[in-house]
Design a protein around this ligand. Structure first.
Ligand code: NAP
Ligand code: MG
Length: 475
């Protein structure tokens, strides 16, 4: 039964969106030389602001500023760098509400998630790496920074991906030039203001906005010493090619097609919650989303009926409403991709189901969707859909579950639901995935390394391991 409820929208007044934004270079906002572009609110299609485009020449200015700042920043004692990072972390906490509202407006994600997941994790990342800055000699990767890091991030967790990139880079003594995604630049630009507020020395953090070409200029710049990219496997391949044969150190965090595996002895109500978190969190715009549900045949019927009942209670709508579970799809282009792949699922013979769910008239929306009767050859079982769409497959034995779970070019994450610790450990040793969650899903912590196998990329972000990407190898 669906209850009537009173809307509880978070106030937009806590954030001041300017009509236009420049590039953040050498501690100041400056004009870009390219044609500006607009960022919109995907829940309403309203234009939020005009954003500068950085050309190759602008990127060069940013890299030169970062290069100059590197001398100063890398020679500060770690304990001094830590003070800046702690200060940034505290300001993020103080301005968390403002940042969360801005993230939800620009990205479309529910405020419940930006407020309770993204922002606490962003602050936690800065606190965590601030703690490492004066203890690098104990991490085992040396203490020498690389220089200028060129970082390119996607739109699904705009501020969180920024934190994953900037916090370890700065802690190790590097300086950065970061390009946010075209559809979600606003929180990165507010972060630039936070750098000013924290009195971070000019040039330590530079933010250049623009489309793919700006990203290509960042990673291709000859004076960038380190490339850190999170995004699609397709663009990751282009980047790997462009840096091949250079001395640049590279980490790539790419796509995924995770299996969420439920055994017949699992606590089913908990598993249902884990399946929902696995694929409907952030509208499924999650690289490690549990987009393939592998359920043991003997419980498939029971689990599917509980899952469908649960999905009928999800609330889709205004991202700023505190009741909302499912917000807007980030862009028209992403919505088109989800629609195309879902239609392919139907024409390939899978059975499509969605709960009764009214979609708002304006904006980009897709209802929670489940496909049953999916076989391994279907495109919806193989390709990353990056939307609120779950493909359900069944298995009989643990060996079959492992085989099916690993039957993908990706290897970012997996979930295993079982009461038996021995089975859990056996599964974890067999699954070719960077993260295996046990009786939970999509749990993140700055102390835990995250990264992929196979076409999901290479390198680790987070934890002690995350420092390695930003330090010179000890020879
Ligand atoms: P994307 O198209 O690869 O874009 C990622 C970033 O790269 C954006 O800033 C994009 O700019 C930029 N870019 C595009 N072409 C480029 C080029 N030739 N050279 C350099 N930069 C370029 O990915 P997306 O659609 O934004 O993000 C979704 C993907 O990210 C999914 O595949 C998801 O799995 C992956 N992801 C992975 C992780 C992980 O940790 N493994 C985390 C989150 C997301 P524009 O915005 O202007 O296109
Ligand atoms: Mg936007």
């Amino acid at each position: 039964m669906i209850f009537e409820y009173a809307p509880a929208p978070e106030s937009r007044d806590v954030v001041d969106i300017k009509p236009s934004y420049g590039l953040f270079i050498n501690g100041e906002f400056v004009d870009g030389s390219g044609t500006p572009f607009k960022t919109i609110n995907p829940a309403s299609e309203e234009t939020l602001a005009e954003i500068a485009t950085a050309t190759e020449a602008d990127v060069d200015r940013a890299v030169q500023a970062a290069r100059k700042a590197f001398g100063v920043w890398s020679s500060l004692p770690g304990s001094e760098r830590a003070k800046y990072l702690f200060r940034i972390a505290r300001i993020i906490q103080e301005r968390a509400r403002e940042l969360a509202v801005l993230e939800s407006i620009d990205n479309g994600k529910p405020i419940r998630e930006s407020r309770d997941v993204d922002l606490p994790l962003v602050a936690a990342h800065f606190f965590y790496y601030a703690g490492w800055a004066d203890k690098l000699e104990y991490a085992g990767y040396g203490t020498t920074p690389l220089g200028v890091a060129g970082q390119v991030i996607p739109w699904n967790f705009p501020l969180l991906m920024l934190a994953w990139k900037i916090a370890p880079a700065l802690a190790c003594g590097n300086t950065v030039v970061l390009k946010p995604a075209e559809t979600t630049p606003l929180t990165a630009l507010l972060f630039a203001e936070i750098c000013q507020q924290a009195d971070l020395p000019p040039g330590v953090v530079n933010i250049v906005t623009g489309a793919g070409e700006t990203g290509a200029a960042v990673v291709g710049h000859p004076e960038v010493d380190k490339v850190a990219f999170t995004g699609s496997t397709e663009v990751g391949r282009l980047i790997a090619k462009s840096v091949a044969g250079t001395n640049k150190k590279v980490t790539l965090e790419l796509g995924g097609k995770a299996a969420n595996i439920v055994f017949d002895d699992a606590a089913l109500d908990q598993a249902v919650e884990g399946i929902v978190t696995g694929i409907f969190f952030n509208q499924g715009h999650v690289c490690c989303a549990g987009s393939r549900l592998l359920v043991q045949e003997s419980i498939a019927e029971e689990l599917m009926s509980s899952l469908k009942r649960r999905l009928s209670t999800l609330r889709l709508g205004d991202p700023l409403d505190k009741n909302t579970d499912i917000g807007a799809i980030n862009s028209a282009a992403q919505l088109a991709k989800i629609r195309e792949l879902s239609s392919a699922g139907e024409s390939e013979g899978a059975e499509r189901w969605s709960p009764a769910c009214a979609l708002p008239d304006k904006g980009f929306w897709f209802p929670p969707t489940v496909f049953t009767g999916v076989s391994q050859s279907h495109r919806i079982a193989r390709e990353e859909i990056f939307g609120p769409v779950l493909s359900v497959l069944t298995f009989r034995t643990p060996a079959e579950a492992v085989e099916k779970a690993n039957n993908t070019p990706y290897g970012l994450s997996a979930g295993v639901w079982t009461e038996k610790a021995s089975r859990m450990l056996w599964m974890a040793s067999k699954l070719r995935a960077g993260v295996v969650w046990s009786n939970t899903f999509n749990k993140f912590d700055p102390t835990s390394p995250f990264g992929g196998f196979k076409e999901s990329g290479y390198g680790r972000e987070g934890g002690r391991h995350g420092l390695e990407a930003y330090l010179k190898e000890i020879s």
